[in-house]
Each structure stands twice: as structure tokens, then as C-alpha cells.
Design a protein around this ligand. Structure first.
Ligand SMILES: *[C@@H]1O[C@H](CO)[C@@H](O)[C@H](O)[C@H]1NC(C)=O
Ligand SMILES: *[C@@H]1O[C@H](CO)[C@@H](O)[C@H](O)[C@H]1NC(C)=O
Ligand SMILES: *[C@@H]1O[C@H](CO)[C@@H](O)[C@H](O)[C@H]1NC(C)=O
Ligand SMILES: *[C@@H]1O[C@H](CO)[C@@H](O)[C@H](O)[C@H]1NC(C)=O
Length: 362
């Protein structure tokens, strides 16, 4: 991380960079050191406007994330005028990258009245200006679930135009080659057309750098075929997909208990060749009950100082012990696994599973 120009010149002579940047090569992400990068992520948006301004909180959360092997968080909304130096350094020190949405509530592209105008470009650009300098900024999204129906495909050219313009902006400002992509809703009727449309074309200035999918189809006692993940992979292998693809949200909570076997599949032999990991939805347990930690018992939203939905949003992320269950022993179950990075990714699936077993009721 470079906090000031002067400091970076001095530090460059004396210290190795704290964290490698991530870039796209072909259909994979790589670190500067040349290792393939798999996203082992968790969605993180404690507060609506910006979860990256309270360093005390960033430290508490990043420590716990690090303990289970998380290497990425996804943040949906930030305030570009705020100072993020401390939180970004805290996450970098924990080896955690940020995948950041450039849009916010009043700038996002809407599928019903799609627009891509100068105001939006300026606002997305301001977020890029505020974050490009952090080495642990892994990638930017130009949209999240803009298209949610098949007739919503009228909005696709606007998403692609946004990516084109933000890539041009990045290059004009001589920022590093930060990957710019899109996070799609899992709409079967749009598959694989949307992912192909956004990735295709001879002119790389106009195509996305990566594609990602929010998939909630692995529910309960499911499997690679039954969940539809087998179709997802076909849509990538059958066309020789040309840019990295990963799951930008995953998880299904009904029926309980949440089954982390999806993570095992994502990092397993079937998918790891072609998909670059996943971002688990989500860190904080709130009204939708997807969270894997809580910051205390829900309070009456009407009580003084209560968070609007009653779910505490700061403090020590906490264990809510539940009836002990047998821990999944994924490493033991599959002794034939490949070595190296992929093995670490498997271990991540197992760690998430155990963490969840220990920490959260539900
Ligand atoms: C640009 O688009 C946004 C919606 O995303 C809209 O709120 C705003 O009014 C538009 N601005 C102009 C100048 O058209
Ligand atoms: C798509 O169709 C649905 C149902 O007819 C409608 O509610 C929605 O507004 C349409 N969306 C677009 C982008 O036209
Ligand atoms: C590639 O796309 C960019 C952005 O639209 C455009 O400026 C450039 O002229 C295109 N290059 C070619 C060779 O068509
Ligand atoms: C893509 O996935 C869909 C299911 O979502 C499947 O029907 C289709 O056959 C797949 N396409 C290819 C090229 O494999």
C-alpha cells in the first residue's frame, strides 16, 4: 500500500511490497509473483455507506477472517471522499484483497430505465480515484445484478459501455491494470448469452476483464449435478471462456443447516480448473440471516441508538455457540487432492465449514 508519494519513494528502497497486486492473464487471475489467485472471499458490508472507514472494526474483522484463510472481501458501497488508508492497510496486513463495486444507490445502472451518462462515469471514476493506489484492491465491478429478467437484457449494452469507459479512464489516468468486471444475477435464461456478450469481441478495450456470478442454487444436501454447477462449468469449458470467471456471491440457507459442500466443489477438481473461486455471502448476520458472524443479540429497532434493523453492526464479531455437530473433515475425505494452491483452497472450504459450525446458530 502506498499512503503518500514521499513515503512510497522511501519505502520502495527499504521494504518489499506488503502485498502483491492481482492481474488478469488469459482466463485466470495471477499475483505479481506469478501464482494463480483463487478468490476465497466473504461479502462484507457492515454499514450501508462504507465499511472501510473504521479501523478498529476492520482490525477485529480482518483478524477473524484471516484465521480461517479468507483472502478477499467484497464491498458494495463506499464513500470516495472518506479516508480508507487505515482499513486498507489493515486488510492488506491480513493478506486480504478488496473486490469493490463502483456504483452506489443513486448511480447504479437500472434495467428498467438503463442509462450510462457522464454523471455516472464521474461518480464511478471518483471511487476508482480513491482506491486505485491500494495494492490490495483486487478488482472493480461496474454493476451488480443489473439484469434480473430475460427482457432486462436491454440493459446489457449499458453495462458493457460502463466497463469500456472505466477501462479507458483507468488507462488515461495511468492507474495500474486493475481488473474491471461485472457481477451477474443467476438467471438461467440469460445463460450463457450474457457472460459471452460481456466477454466477447476482438477489441479488449471494449470487453470486460472478468465475469462473476451470484449463484444460490446449491441448497441443502445437493451436489455438483443437482445444484446446476455442472451446467455452469459447461458454459465455460464448452466455449473456451476467455476471461476469468468466479462466484461473486454464493450460499444457500434453506434448508438449514447451510451446506458448505458447495465450497468443496468450487475448489475441487470439477471447477477449480476453470473457475477462480468464490465469495461467500455474507459476513454479518442480519435480517436475511445469511451471515456467519454476529455482533451481539438483535435489539429492538425502536430502542435508543439501535441499528435500523436491530442487528448490531460493530464490535467484536462473535461466536454464538450452538449445539455441537460433527465437524466436516474434508481433507481426510479426499486424500487424492492436488498439492499447492488448490489444496489451500480446499482447506479454506473446510475451515469455513468448521467456523460456521462453531460460531453461528441457525
Ligand atoms: C444519469 O443517470 C442517473 C441514473 O443512473 C440519473 O439519476 C441521472 O439523472 C442521469 N443524469 C443525467 C444528466 O442524465
Ligand atoms: C420485464 O418484464 C416484466 C414482466 O412483464 C416487467 O415487470 C419488467 O418491467 C420488464 N423489464 C424490462 C427491463 O422491460
Ligand atoms: C477499441 O475500442 C476502443 C474503445 O471503444 C476504441 O477507441 C478503439 O478505436 C478500438 N480499436 C480498434 C482497433 O477498433
Ligand atoms: C449452459 O447452461 C445451461 C443451463 O444453465 C444449459 O442449458 C446449456 O446447455 C449450457 N450451455 C452449454 C454451451 O453448455
Amino acid at each position: 500500500m502506498r499512503s503518500t508519494l514521499l513515503a512510497s519513494a522511501a519505502v520502495a528502497l527499504t521494504a518489499v511490497s506488503a502485498i502483491d497486486t492481482i492481474s488478469v492473464k488469459g482466463a485466470k487471475f495471477f499475483t505479481e509473483s506469478g501464482d494463480q489467485f483463487y478468490v476465497k472471499g466473504i461479502a462484507y458490508q457492515l454499514v450501508p455507506d462504507d465499511p472501510l472507514v473504521d479501523n478498529t472494526q476492520c482490525k477485529l474483522d480482518s483478524n477473524l477472517m484471516k484465521s480461517i484463510g479468507t483472502n478477499s472481501i467484497r464491498v458494495y458501497h463506499v464513500d470516495p471522499s472518506a479516508n480508507h488508508d487505515d482499513c486498507m492497510k489493515t486488510f492488506a496486513d491480513a493478506g486480504i484483497y478488496i473486490w469493490l463495486d463502483l456504483d452506489t444507490f443513486d448511480t447504479q445502472i437500472e434495467q428498467t430505465h438503463p442509462q450510462w451518462n457522464q454523471t455516472q462515469l464521474d461518480r464511478f471514476g471518483a471511487v476508482m480515484d480513491a482506491f486505485h493506489q491500494y495494492d490490495n484492491l483486487a478488482g472493480f465491478f461496474v454493476g451488480n445484478e443489473v439484469l434480473t429478467t430475460d427482457n432486462g437484457s436491454v440493459a446489457a449494452p449499458y453495462v458493457k459501455a460502463a466497463a469500456r469507459d472505466l477501462k479507458a479512464y483507468r488507462d488515461k489516468k495511468k492507474y495500474r491494470n486493475i481488473p474491471i468486471g461485472y457481477s451477474a444475477a443467476d438467471i438461467a435464461t440469460l445463460r450463457p448469452m450474457l457472460q459471452n456478450y460481456l466477454a466477447c469481441g476482438d477489441n479488449t478495450s471494449e470487453a470486460l476483464d472478468f465475469y462473476s456470478l451470484n449463484a444460490y442454487s446449491w441448497c441443502g444436501d445437493s451436489g455438483f449435478q443437482q445444484s446446476g454447477y455442472a451446467d455452469l462449468i459447461k458454459n465455460v469449458t464448452n466455449v473456451g471462456y476467455n476471461i476469468p470467471i468466479f462466484l461473486s456471491e454464493t450460499g444457500c440457507i434453506k434448508p438449514r443447516p447451510r451446506d458448505w459442500a458447495d465450497q468443496e466443489a468450487i475448489f475441487g477438481d470439477d471447477m477449480a480448473e476453470h473457475w477462480s473461486g468464490s465469495i461467500v455471502y455474507e459476513w454479518i448476520n442480519e435480517a436475511n440471516e445469511y451471515g456467519i458472524v454476529s455482533y451481539g443479540a438483535k435489539v429492538d429497532p425502536a430502542s435508543p441508538g439501535a441499528p435500523p434493523d436491530g442487528y448490531p453492526r460493530s464490535g467484536t464479531p462473535s461466536p454464538c455457540p450452538r449445539v455441537p455437530q460433527p465437524q466436516l473433515q474434508m481433507e481426510d475425505a479426499q486424500p487424492h487432492r492436488r498439492e499447492g494452491l488448490e489444496l489451500q483452497s480446499y482447506a479454506y472450504a473446510a475451515a469455513l465449514s468448521r467456523f460456521h459450525e462453531r460460531h453461528l446458530a441457525g
